[in-house]
Design a binder for this molecule. Structure first.
Ligand SMILES: Cc1ncc(COP(=O)(O)O)c(C=O)c1O
Length: 424
């Protein structure tokens, strides 16, 4: 009888296991069906172009991390829809201006910029139903105005003069916004008087001193990225908190170069408020006075002050960084020190990252990477250092990635490793 009992027990056990297995398979089928059938939740998609800005990945830069013994993490701002860190700033400037009523829906945002901010404003403005008018120096690469015009912005190319001159491109941009507001006011008055609507035009005409080139009847707003604190807030409320969250608070240092100073100020202030001993450093390109300001408290000799020059001399091939005045945005930075970076180091770094990591980065990003290595050398191994990868190399083909251009300035890259920074 015993064998019969044990056979029965075996049969029962097998049946039970089969039943359990079937139940398991059925459940996993259901759950896999459920996964497949789950519709994208609100969290899985973002709203429009603006929703795709920010929340960029923070990546470990393997070559630099392995070479220095620090975790060097780069925030991939080149992945923003407008191609740079300035998308965040453009959004914040426009949103704050619309909220405050300084910019009316349908109005024109003006900016004096030959760089990424203009491209970001031109990219983002239509998402808010606004227009964009950009004033740039006429020695800026022609591709810049072509891109801006392709994005629907109106572009005014003007003679390059000192920032203190009323016709510096930044001052003209400010004036265009005022003119657009005057035009809007006049239009409203005319409408009230005549009781009839005037046809709205919004475009670019030939510059004449008496006639504004900005003909929006809904008014204008000067973006003013250097002095507008929306720039700082874009980083204090966006980039900084993202870095904090992505590192889980495990961040020892932050390094950035400054153009307007918005990034370094917003991120450094946020991180230091979260963790008082996070070290924040500036990396400064040739020709900029900020290194002196941070390390010695004095920016320049009287002769070097911005505004005393007729035209900015050739200082550096890096773009968007380095300045010889203190902006309101930069004033908010909390810095523990500064490093100097050279053009040669930035060029060598960009090629090193291409070769070792497949990272094709613009000149300011390469300079930030130089800063990261300098910070790693100053702090020693075992630290986590965060930097910004501002834009991609695509925007820098005619200079920073042109062999011919670099050879003219004796900047042809030749390093095989990081020996140009004394590593390895
Ligand atoms: C490509 C690029 N990188 C870096 C910067 C510097 O950033 P910030 O203006 O926040 O100092 C700029 C500024 O225009 C830029 O265009």
């Amino acid at each position: 009888m015993a064998p019969v009992r044990s056979t029965g027990a075996i049969v029962a056990a097998v049946s039970l296991s089969m039943a359990l297995l079937s139940l398991f398979l059925y459940k996993s089928k259901i759950s896999s069906k459920k996964t497949k059938l789950t519709l994208p939740s609100k969290k899985n998609h973002t709203t429009g172009l603006v929703g795709a800005i920010g929340n960029t990945p923070l990546i470990r830069i393997n070559s630099l991390s392995d070479a220095t013994g620090c975790e060097i993490l780069g925030k991939c701002e080149f992945l923003n829809p407008g191609g740079s860190v300035k998308d965040r700033v453009a959004v914040k400037i426009i949103e704050e201006a619309l909220e405050s009523g300084d910019l009316a829906p349908g109005g024109v945002v003006t900016e004096g910029s030959a760089g990424s901010t203009a491209i970001s404003l031109a990219t983002v403005a239509p998402a808010y139903g606004c227009k964009c008018h950009v004033v740039i120096p006429d020695d800026a690469a022609i591709e810049k105005s072509q891109i801006l015009e392709a994005l629907g912005a109106t572009v005014e190319r003007v003679r390059p003069v000192s920032i203190t001159h009323r016709d510096h491109f930044v001052n003209i941009a400010r004036r265009r916004a005022t003119e657009a507001n005057e035009l809007a006011m006049k239009h409203r008055k005319d409408e009230q008087m005549n009781g009839q609507a005037l046809e709205q035009t919004n475009g670019f005409q030939c510059d004449g001193e008496k006639q504004s080139v900005v003909t929006s009847y809904t008014g204008g707003y000067f973006a003013d990225q250097f002095e507008n604190m929306a720039n700082f807030r874009a980083h204090y409320e966006g980039t900084g908190p993202e870095i904090w969250e992505q590192t889980g608070g495990n961040v020892d240092a932050f390094v950035a170069a400054a153009g307007t100073g918005g990034t370094v100020a917003g991120v450094s202030r946020f991180l230091q408020e979260k963790k008082f001993n996070v070290k924040c450093f500036l990396i400064d390109p040739p020709g900029s006075g900020l290194y002196n300001k941070v390390t010695r408290g004095v920016m320049y000799t009287r002769e070097e002050a911005e505004g005393r020059r007729l035209k900015n001399p050739f200082d550096t091939i890096t773009e968007g960084i380095g300045i010889n005045r203190i902006t309101k945005n930069f004033m908010m930075a909390k810095l523990d020190g500064a490093f100097r970076g050279t053009d040669k180091e930035a060029v060598e770094m960009s090629r090193y990252l291409m070769k070792n990591d497949g990272l094709f980065l613009g000149s300011s990003s390469a300079m930030n990477c130089v800063g990261a290595v300098r910070a790693a050398q100053a702090l020693g191994p075992g630290h986590t250092i965060v930097i910004i990868l501002c834009d991609s190399g695509m925007r820098h083909l005619s200079k920073f990635f042109s062999a011919e251009y670099l050879s003219q300035y004796g900047l042809t890259p030749s390093a095989s490793g990081l020996e140009f920074l004394g590593v390895g």
